[in-house]
Structures are given as C-alpha cells and as structure tokens.
Ligand binder design. Structure first.
Ligand code: ZN
Length: 245
C-alpha cells in the first residue's frame, strides 16, 4: 500500500491533497495510530516519505503549503496535517461532523483527534454544486483556483470526497478511498478478497459507496482519455503517475 498525495503549485501557494502519515505518527506510531495499524498493517515508517519531507526535498518550505484538501479524515490521510500547522484544511462538512459529533465509533476509534490537535483553520463545504462528468454536487474551493474541484464520493466515510485537478493537459481525479485496487476501475469482481472485505468492514454507507464505484467505472470507460482516475492506496497507480520504477 502507498498513501498517494498530490502537491499542486498555484498562485495561492502550494496545495496538498491528502497528507498520508505525519512525522508525529512515525515518531510515536503505537500511541498515534493504535496497535492495529502498528502491528497488523505495519506501514513502512520512513520519515523521508512523509509529505513534509518530500515537500522540503523539492526545495519548498512547509509553510509554502497554504492549503490542504483532504479526501477524508482517516488516520492515513490526515496524519500529516500537523506538519503544516498554518495551512487551511478544506473538506466536506459531513466528514468534519462525523469526526467531532458522529457515532461513538467515529469519535473515539475511527478518527484520531491528536492528528489535528494544533487546531487548523477548517474550511467546510456542503455537498452542493454542479454536474461534472456524471457526478453531482461538484464545486470549487474558496480562495483556490477553479482548476481544483471537490467531487463528493460518499460511502467509505461520512463525508468522503474525491478531488479533481485540471492540469491543462487533462484532469486528475484523486479518489481517496472510494476504491482500493486498480482493477475496481474496470470490474468490481476483480478486487482481491482481502481488500474487498476490508472496504466492507470500514465503510460508513454501503449503497453510496457501491454507486460511486459504478460511476467511477463509467467515467473511466467513457472519459478515460480526459480524466486520469486513481485512488489513495494502489501502488501500481502511484508508480505509473509518479513514474517510479
Ligand atoms: Zn486510506
């Protein structure tokens, strides 16, 4: 598994889409992430792979990241928020509500409040907007260029969203955890059983999750040359886009 993030240069500063695990997660994995993540999934905790280390390796400072858009607040997407304490964090309001005022499981198990204990400025969005390639309620982000869009993909979590970026040479659509395995973009039945079971185990709403996967398959089939679709954790998609060999 990888944690696929995007770094976008804009006139408003750098924009990061998802943050992966952060430096505090790596320094204190058992306390920050819990025993399940630490021992069972056992990520490869290399500080050089954090978003902030990679931003700095490109010659930027952490403070150059002015905005972060998170697909959702699960611990493998929000862990790096604290490495960019001055960035405004954009997300769907329903995700923020689930983390702060959701079910007992959401408030105390699913979401790890320590990851945003620095108190970021949250910019919250209702699920409302226009149609975009067959998706509803797609909208731009306040204070950011119109080339960046929130594409709600609810189901994995309460306010899960995709993030679309018009690169000028086609769209990128970061689908977060709307699916986990590249094969699911083409055929729902090809996902390895373990990953399929995991997605079912952690889903908030089965109906919307499956409906959004079906929409993503239609998008890939009908507009695959215009929109490059990828998820957060598929290593083959990451390697293809990052040109890692
Ligand atoms: Zn994830």
């Amino acid at each position: 598994m990888v944690c696929h993030c995007l770094l976008i240069e804009t006139d408003e500063g750098l924009v990061l889409v998802d943050t992966g695990f952060g430096t505090d997660d790596i320094a204190h994995p058992r306390r920050r992430l819990g025993a399940m993540m630490h021992f069972v999934l056992a990520p490869d905790f290399d500080p050089r792979e954090t978003a902030v280390a990679q931003v700095e390796a490109l010659g930027f400072r952490a403070d150059d990241v002015r905005h972060i858009v998170v697909t959702h607040l699960d611990l493998d997407h929000a862990g790096g928020l604290g490495d960019f304490p001055n960035a405004t964090v954009h997300l769907l309001r329903d995700e923020h509500t689930a983390a702060f005022d959701g079910t007992w499981f959401e408030r105390t198990v699913r979401y790890h409040h320590e990851q945003w204990a620095h108190g970021p400025v949250w910019k919250l969005y209702a699920e409302a907007g226009e149609r975009w390639f067959g998706f509803d309620a797609v909208r731009g982000l306040d204070g950011l260029p119109p080339e960046l869009l929130l594409v709600p993909l609810r189901g994995h979590s309460a306010g899960h969203t995709g993030v679309a970026v018009d690169t000028g040479a086609g769209w990128l659509l970061h689908c977060g955890d709307a699916y986990f395995h590249a094969s699911e973009k083409h055929d729902a039945t090809q996902c390895p059983p373990g990953l399929r079971a995991f997605q079912t185990l952690v889903q908030r709403d089965a109906g919307p999750r499956h409906a959004n996967q079906a929409r993503l398959r239609a998008l890939v089939a009908e507009h695959g040359s215009e929109v490059t679709v990828f998820c957060a954790h598929d290593a083959s998609e990451f390697e293809a886009l990052a040109k890692v060999s």
